[in-house]
Ligand binder design. Sequence first.
Ligand code: CUA
Length: 337
Amino acid sequence: MRRPFAIALLIAPVLAHAGPMTYMVSHGAAANPITKLGWGLLGLSIFVATFIAFAVLIGIWWKRGDGGYDNRGWPVLSHGRNGLPWLTIGVPISIVLLLLSAIWTFYVLGVAAAAPGHPKITLQVTGHQWWWEVRYSYAGAPQRTFETANEIHIPVGVPVEVHLTSADVIHSFWVPQLAGKTDTIPGQMNHAWLEADKAGVYRGQCTEFCGLQHAHMALYVVAQPQKAFDAWWVHQLQPATASPSGLAGEGETTFNARCAICHSVRGKPGSMGVLGPDLTHLMTRGTIAAGTLRNTPGNLAAWVSDAPAQKPGVDMPAENLTGPQLQALLAYLQTLK
Ligand code: CUA
């Protein structure tokens, strides 16, 4: 094995801690007890496996006597005793360790499921094949409701309640650094909560097999200082009222003819589709296609011309757009800031 490759293999687990989707490091009150449990059980497993490996090695190395068997049928060891005491010690130790692990696990389940007092923000997340619909609302204030997709923003240090459901099959919502897994089930409302104690972008992933593109059903949680979050919130609440002219104007016509049957752009009566993600502030999102592609003009062009080529099985059909139509549509999409 080449040396750099061997070194890379050795340090990969260390680097993974800094990676976007690690579950060994957490940054929120809802996830911290789970991470501690994960480390605790990992440590315990390593200890038990090492102890047993050594015991087996010692057993092999320590020659048995040829003294035959005692009157209960146990082989007599070279020092004249059988191995029964190890059994009577080992079984209770295993039982105690397993019981302690179970008690710790149940405790963590209870803590992770408990709601955090009065959440300031409530969102509803709906799983779709294969993307996440995110709806922000304030109780009793429908004018303060907006929708986005695959990207959740939260203020740092504030508990956020998440209502979870599904539009089709069972998915599971998991942002390992901020919260444990919760299934999204059609016709049922489950609850989870998120809280980040550090600003950052946390990757989440659907973690219940839900079809062909299960692996491409990611989301991002962006934890921001309160001020930045408020600015984002105010911006997202605004409808897209601008009436683009020129190339972007032509693009809007194409959009209304081809895309608006599934997608909505708030403030545009011609685009009220509800099947696909709300695109009012598309350009503020870091990725498209549920974390599959970075939101760049090139990727956007590839996606709107032939989405199934990027993500086979997706509901969005390939659009047979001419070059000028595609250019115009891209120009319009880029006004959705
Ligand atoms: Cu949705 Cu797996």
